[in-house]
Design a protein around this ligand. Structure first.
Ligand SMILES: *Cc1c(COP(=O)(O)O)cnc(C)c1O
Length: 365
């Protein structure tokens, strides 16, 4: 049997190593994972309560349209219920967008480095990914605009960008959106928007009113701390949402995901606590990197990308042996690592481990 030729060389996603496995292999008592931008403070206690209540119903299919959660998000964001679609994480929204909009040979424009799922899903649909290098870790929107032609169907903008953590300002983004043709879909991935405190950051919801070719992606996996429940959503014009709904699997999100998301959506006290701790954690890490003489990109999410001036894979291995899992920079960033902001204790541990590792591994020119 032959799979589609375009997937033959597609890599299988390599998740970060599970903590328990690392502990066993290396004989360590304590291992911390700051590799997947998960919330170090877990999730709202309301989520666990909602899940306990939902257990009685596990034999019954979930509401495929997630009506209650849709209405709650519509209320919180001020958009219509027909402007919202849910996925098994925003990963699945990316998949559905590619599935609904791309025909073989269609082009999509994205940054490099950025979130790998855009290119991955474009490749599966036999589309073409036009990759535009970041400038100083930031989306180069004018250069991306230059790559739009009559074959372009989608432009992907990740804001803040994963893995660099940088943002494009509202001014830069609107100047870009003003020039993108209406027939081109712009996907604005705001997975970390709840963390952003910079006043130049766009209000994605306000942009939606002006640009009907825009879709926002948001998720409960990051600040809401529900990554394991796989629930994220897209917000866009009703026509767009309808097209994506047409390719959606009937029961693509679970009862637990919907119930936990609904219960935690308006727990602003939890969100504020996480945002504050994240702000403090970023300030601490920046201070440590300054002390160690390391450059880093301006970080606006719950992670920071720092130049360790040594091969990132060597630094990854050395940190792993000390019980700290981070993510090594790939292709474009061979000497950078991405660290998720953890609890104060975890941040202190990663800084201490990094200092020791930098002494073990000499600087390479
Ligand atoms: C984590 C992440 C997502 C998706 O997370 P889900 O768990 O699938 O909701 C999407 N985009 C970016 C940039 C991310 O970092």
């Amino acid at each position: 049997m032959q799979p589609k030729p375009n997937i033959v060389d597609l890599p299988v996603y390599q998740p970060g190593k599970p903590i328990e496995e690392v502990k066993r292999e290396l004989g360590l008592d304590e291992v911390i994972k700051l590799a997947s931008n998960e919330n170090p403070f877990g999730s709202s206690p309301k989520a666990a309560d909602a899940i306990r209540r939902e257990i009685e119903q596990i034999s019954i299919y979930p509401d495929g349209a997630a009506v209650e959660l849709t209405n709650a998000i519509a209320k919180r964001t001020g958009v219509g219920a027909d402007q919202i679609i849910f996925g098994a994480g925003s990963d699945e929204i990316i998949l559905m967008i590619a599935r609904a909009y791309l025909q073989p040979g269609d082009e999509t424009v994205m940054a490099v480095e950025t979130f790998p799922q855009y290119k991955h899903n474009v490749t599966i649909e036999n589309g073409v990914s036009i990759e535009v290098p970041l400038a100083d870790g930031k989306h180069d929107l004018p250069a991306m605009l230059d790559k739009i032609n009559e074959k372009t169907k989608i432009v992907w903008v990740c804001n803040p960008n994963n893995p660099t953590g940088t943002i494009v300002s509202d001014e830069e983004l609107t100047a870009f959106l003003d020039q993108v043709p209406d027939r081109v879909l712009v996907v604005l991935d705001e997975a970390y928007c709840e963390y952003v405190e910079d006043p130049s950051y766009s209000d994605g919801l306000a942009l939606l009113k002006r640009y009907p070719n825009l879709i926002l992606l948001r998720t409960f996996s990051k600040i809401y701390g529900l990554a394991s429940l796989r629930i994220g959503y897209g917000i866009g014009a009703p026509g767009l949402i309808r097209s994506i709904n047409q390719v959606r699997e009937p029961f693509n999100t679970s009862r637990f995901g919907q119930a936990a998301a609904l219960a935690s959506l308006n727990d602003d006290e939890f969100l504020e606590r996480c945002r504050t701790a994240n702000r403090e954690g970023l300030a601490f890490l920046r201070g440590e990197f300054d002390r160690l003489g390391l450059d880093y990109f301006p970080a606006h999410g719950n992670f920071i990308m720092v130049d360790v001036k040594r091969p990132s894979l060597e630094v990854f291995d050395a940190l792993l042996r000390k019980g700290v899992i981070i993510r090594a920079g790939q292709r474009g960033y061979p000497t950078r690592i991405r660290i998720t902001v953890g609890s104060a204790e975890q941040n202190a541990k990663v800084a201490e481990a990094l200092e020791a590792v930098l002494q073990e591994i000499g600087v390479q020119a």
